[in-house]
Design a protein around this ligand. Sequence first.
Ligand SMILES: [Zn+2]
Length: 155
Amino acid sequence: MEHETIETIKKGLGETREHLTQWIEVTPDSKKRVRCGSENAECVEEHLRVIDESLEMLEQGTFGICEVCHEHVDDGLLRMDYTSSVCLSHFTEAELRQLESELELSQIVQRGLLPQTAPDIPGLSIAAFSRPAQHRYRSADLDCCDCFGGPRLRP
Ligand SMILES: [Zn+2]
């Protein structure tokens, strides 16, 4: 596994851990119930437990070791899902098809979240471009949005 992959995953997990821990501490119970929907707030504690396990494995050098062949799991797969514990080559055809359909579904959902047209605001010229975040191992993708000032264009 590349050093860069290890550092990127470690940094991402550390940030996610910090955000979740803060959320647990400062969010009133009533809001936790709304945010977690059909799950209860214990799902956040479970997520933290998985992150802690992964951080411990990163420290011990056992992170990303395949349970089947004991080689390193592909960096790309780990960046997509840091909990991956087997190489893609051990997946059955059905598992590969399921993974593909989950990826397609997530792309459809992500595209659906984007506005289909730029807002029409008098006095503003708006252009949009979207490039999905590359580090998909995070629990929530951190796509960014920026605004840039420019010369005022008059019709
Ligand atoms: Zn393997």
